[in-house]
Write a protein that binds this ligand. Structure first.
Ligand SMILES: Cc1cc2nc3c(=O)[nH]c(=O)nc-3n(C[C@H](O)[C@H](O)[C@H](O)COP(=O)(O)OP(=O)(O)OC[C@H]3O[C@@H](n4cnc5c(N)ncnc54)[C@H](O)[C@@H]3O)c2cc1C
Length: 563
């Protein structure tokens, strides 16, 4: 067992986690900051392959208040305005900070940042993640790479750190901490992806963000919000590259197989090309469903110089598509780029699923904070919003630890978690036989696809199907007791699927609870296809009752702050 003491533990050394670490050390260099990171901090999480834009920035002429109004409209009238506003107030400061660490931000001739749309600025961000990791290291955070955190240490509603295992060394890690910041990103791999077989990890969201942060919070009894606001990304087919680069950066419009600019022609009352994000997926989904697909981004207006710049832009963030075009002899100035919706993801970054937090980013359990894609209520976060939340959570945690005595953790708690972690390895060594993590993952994904609104049903849900999903996934949860892992890699996969099952069960409850369609394209509720502000402009939250083992649903009001 590796026992580590910390003042502040950060779970996940990604976008938000790195900024949180630097902020704590700047507030008080004497505070002991520990980061537990499942991958390697230099290239982990959503930023692993780099970025070509910062998507949340207050450009000249805009304010945090106008940002709140924009995000509210984009999320169709339901956001936590306190969270979005406080995030908006930090955006430009955190961006400047990261620029000072070495991030190249593109500038015009007068030295102003180059805007890409209303809230975005252009960067050369291939090395963004290594820049953040260096900053966390230099600030003095102690980083443990390749440690998968499995659970929080909770006693009497107070969190005192977390436990996990080394995915390479196999050790049992116990970190006792006065404050814990969860920054593990969102959840991918819940639904069957577009690509399968050996390409099943070719998905949009980071395949290694498997919802662990949500799952450990759910098991600890923390309140969660808005899981039903799933994110479905509109991406280029097969290579799953972002279409925003084509639309915002290069003026490409969506067209259907008949060549119609359907977003403008058919969805104009929803804002045409500048419709709320969910409609950008909804439009092509309906076109496909009604037989006018496939759909494309029309790039045939681009000059060869523009194609060169487009490829340069993708190389900063999504190099695969450039290789894909090269390998298949595709010239985007001569042929349109086919697009498709991804499988749904659960995230508090593009959408607002995650921990229910207060303005200090404090979760509903004492000593626990959440930042970035794992935190709920504040969509449109993107890279810079995650930085902002990391900084705010760090400030609150640094304040909290001033008054907390040393932490003690019950030995029985540690023994139980150690047993739970290694059970799939033990089962293998006892030659008991059972289910492999991959088999269970495939089962979960196909159930979610078919019965809980995946690609197969055009992201549509209904009560009958959701109830079938709930029944079968409860059975699957029981079967996790038969998971077998041959080695540490499989042990990691086993815990990933256990976490995904816990997230799926909460997600289905949220999908069943909201009786309206607020975000068509992300989720269309066949039983209640309209938006219903009178009854549903409110948050759907949930928490596990740790005594009964039941997920209890709670409603929280929407509060307007900015008129
Ligand atoms: C493909 C893609 C492109 C994007 N493009 C842009 C863009 O151009 N501009 C923009 O502004 N935003 C973009 N975004 C959004 C942005 O990248 C994310 O919102 C942001 O990076 C999320 O930050 P995070 O800290 O919450 O999660 P991450 O940065 O993903 O960090 C989570 C960390 O937690 C670790 N972790 C996970 N589970 C565990 C565990 N059990 N134990 C320990 N560690 C764990 C992960 O390894 C990872 O390092 C993009 C996102 C994606 C997926």
């Amino acid at each position: 067992m590796k026992e580590i003491d910390a003042d502040i533990l950060i779970i996940g050394g990604g976008t938000a986690g790195c900024l949180a670490a630097v902020e704590v050390k700047e507030i008080d260099p004497a505070l002991k900051v520990v980061i537990l990171e499942k991958g390697h901090i230099d290239r982990s999480g959503c930023l692993a392959a780099g970025m070509n834009a910062i998507n949340a920035y207050i450009n000249p002429g805009e304010t945090p208040e106008s940002f709140v109004k924009y995000v509210r409209n984009d999320a169709r009238g339901l956001i936590r305005e306190d969270l979005v506003k406080s995030m908006g107030e930090e955006l430009n400061t955190v961006v400047k900070r990261v620029e000072d660490w070495g991030l190249p931000i593109l500038k015009d001739e007068e030295g102003n940042y180059q805007a890409r749309g209303r809230w975005n600025i252009k960067i050369n961000g291939e090395s963004l993640k290594t820049i953040l990791a260096d900053a966390a290291r230099k600030a003095g955070a102690k980083i443990y790479n390749r440690v998968a955190v499995t659970n929080l240490l909770v006693g009497d509603g107070v969190v005192s750190g977390a436990v996990g295992f080394g995915v390479r060394d196999g050790d049992f890690y116990v970190v006792k901490a006065k404050a814990t910041i969860v920054a593990t990103g969102g959840a991918s791999g819940i639904y069957k992806p577009n690509n399968d077989g050996s390409a099943h990890h070719k998905i949009w969201y980071s395949p290694f963000n498997t919802g662990a942060g949500f799952a450990m919070g759910i098991r600890a009894g923390a309140e969660m919000t808005s899981f039903e606001m799933r994110f479905v990304a509109l991406r280029t087919k097969d290579a799953i590259a972002p279409t925003g680069t084509l639309a915002l950066g290069f003026g490409a419009k969506q067209v259907n197989a008949l060549g119609e600019e359907f977003m403008v022609e058919k969805y104009a009352d929803l804002g045409g090309n500048s419709a709320p994000t969910c409609y950008r997926t909804y439009g092509p989904t309906v076109e496909n469903k009604e037989g006018r697909g496939p759909c494309y981004m029309d790039t045939t207006h681009l000059s060869s110089e523009e194609v060169y710049n487009l490829k340069k832009s993708y190389l900063n963030m999504y190099p695969h598509i450039v290789l894909y075009w090269a390998g298949n002899g595709i010239d985007p100035s001569k042929e349109r780029v086919e697009i498709a919706g991804t499988e749904p993801y659960i995230t508090g970054g593009h959408c607002q699923a995650g921990y229910w937090i207060n303005a200090n980013r404090e979760a509903t359990l004492e000593g626990l904070y959440a930042a970035g894609d794992v935190a709920g209520g504040a969509p449109y976060k993107f890279v810079s919003g995650c930085w902002a939340e990391g900084v705010i959570a760090a400030r609150s945690a640094a304040e909290y630890v001033k008054n907390r005595e040393d932490v003690e953790v019950a030995v029985s708690l540690l023994e139980a978690e150690e047993k739970r972690i290694y059970a799939p390895l033990k089962r293998h060594s006892e030659k008991k036989g059972g289910v492999s993590p991959r088999e269970m993952e495939e089962k979960l994904q196909s159930l979610m696809d078919e019965y809980a609104g995946g690609i197969k049903t055009f992201y549509e849900t209904d009560e009958k199907r959701l109830k079938i999903a709930l029944k079968h996934i409860h059975k699957l949860k029981d079967q996790t007791g038969f998971l077998v892992a041959k080695e540490l890699h499989e042990l990691n996969l086993a815990h990933e699927v256990i976490d995904r099952i816990d997230v799926s069960l909460v997600l289905i409850r949220h999908l069943l609870y909201r009786k309206e369609t607020r975000w068509p394209g992300f989720t269309t509720n066949r039983d209640y296809p309209e938006r219903d502000d009178v009854n549903w402009q409110k948050f759907v939250n949930s928490r596990l009752n740790r005594d009964s083992g039941e997920i209890e649903m709670v409603e929280r009001p929407y509060e307007q702050l900015v008129s």
